[in-house]
Design a protein around this ligand. Structure first.
Ligand code: AMP
Length: 328
């Protein structure tokens, strides 16, 4: 801490460091805000609240505050959705509302095993010209989570935010296939890349996931997480490989947003604890998996709408039990 000697404030290295640390607060989330229409073998919803920024923010809101959302919606975005996000204490100063446009809409249909889905339509609407404007009050965010948007926009966000402590980012097959150069530049400025197994293989052209993760680390991020749906997730750094199971659920209704809820739980825990040690990264992966497991139990964001920290802790502990065994 800073100390006073004979009435003069002595600035030590640690003092300056902690003051700088104090200046950076909160979690900035940038991504899509959507109205999703989803069909699964167990039901369907139309124009339900969705989008990567929504899932990430809601999941993270159980761990940390403030959460600052940057996204765009049209004039058809219901007040009840806004009220819900505000109730979760998500700061919406960065949510642009375009008066003469419609909200981004996505439609998907899941197959019988719920592992694969077809995109039925993507109506970009106001999302097509999305330019993430970061309000001044958000510029000091300590943690940044970049949902799946154009990698060029992801990079622009990072150019505006001053030196966050951790940048977590997501991407998808479209950007890998159609914007490889932009994505490569963006990967250089990400600390953590979260992708699913198919995206990892596509990005690196490497079928083995461990080798694939190592290649992704060579591209920039020092931490790579590969989500494997019902088979859990892999955390890979230069020195660590950690394999987390998926929570064995009997009732899965809608896998939409599971990946984003994972990202929200992961970064939410890191922002809460402000510790990036290897052990804490593993905990964050389990918190991410915990939030993803709640997410898929209901349609849209309903599975993570009314959680409590206690409920999350209970599932986190049963996660620990899942893979615990004695040496003998
Ligand atoms: P996930 O199931 O984790 O892949 O996330 C699904 C969410 O991503 C849905 O709520 C969609 O609205 C949103 N989404 C789907 N396609 C896109 C896209 N091209 N860009 C941004 N968000 C999208």
């Amino acid at each position: 801490m800073c100390r006073e000697e004979a009435g003069v404030m002595v600035l030590t290295y640690n003092c300056i460091r902690s003051s700088v640390k104090e200046l950076r607060v909160g979690l900035l989330v940038v991504g899509s805000v959507a109205l999703d229409s989803v069909e699964t073998p167990f039901g369907r919803v139309t124009d339900a609240l969705g989008g990567s920024a929504v899932y990430i923010s809601v999941a993270a809101s159980y761990f940390t505050a403030p959460i600052r959302l940057v996204g765009v919606v049209g004039n058809d975005f219901s007040r009840s959705h806004i009220a819900f996000l505000e109730d979760r204490h998500i700061d919406l100063d960065g949510l642009q509302v375009v008066k003469d446009g419609k909200t981004f809409r996505w439609g998907g249909r899941y197959h019988y095993d719920l592992n694969s889905r077809d995109t039925l339509y993507t109506e970009l609407n106001v999302f097509e010209k999305f330019d993430p404007v970061i309000p001044k009050g958000y510029l000091n965010s300590a943690y940044v989570c970049l949902g799946n948007i154009d990698p060029l926009l992801q990079r622009r966000v990072l150019e505006r935010v001053s030196k966050p402590r951790l940048v977590v980012g997501d991407t998808m097959n479209y950007w890998i296939q159609h914007r490889p150069k932009d994505l490569a530049e963006t990967l250089k400025v990400m600390d953590v890349l979260i992708v699913n197994d198919a995206e990892a293989r596509l990005l690196t052209q490497e079928p083995n996931l461990i080798k694939s993760a190592k290649r992704m680390i060579e591209m920039g991020p020092s931490i790579v997480i590969i989500k494997k749906g019902e088979h859990g997730a892999l955390l890979v750094t230069r020195d660590t490989i950690f394999s987390a199971p998926a929570y064995p659920l009997e009732n899965i209704y809608d896998p939409t947003g599971a990946g984003d809820a994972f990202a929200g739980g992961f970064i939410g825990w890191l922002a809460r604890t402000d510790e990036l040690s290897p052990e804490n990264l593993k905990r964050a992966v389990i918190y991410g998996s915990t939030l993803a497991s709640f997410c898929v139990e209901q349609f849209s964001v309903d599975g993570i709408r009314d959680l409590t920290y206690l409920k999350i802790q209970d599932r986190y502990r049963s996660f620990m039990e899942l893979s615990r065994f004695d040496e003998r």
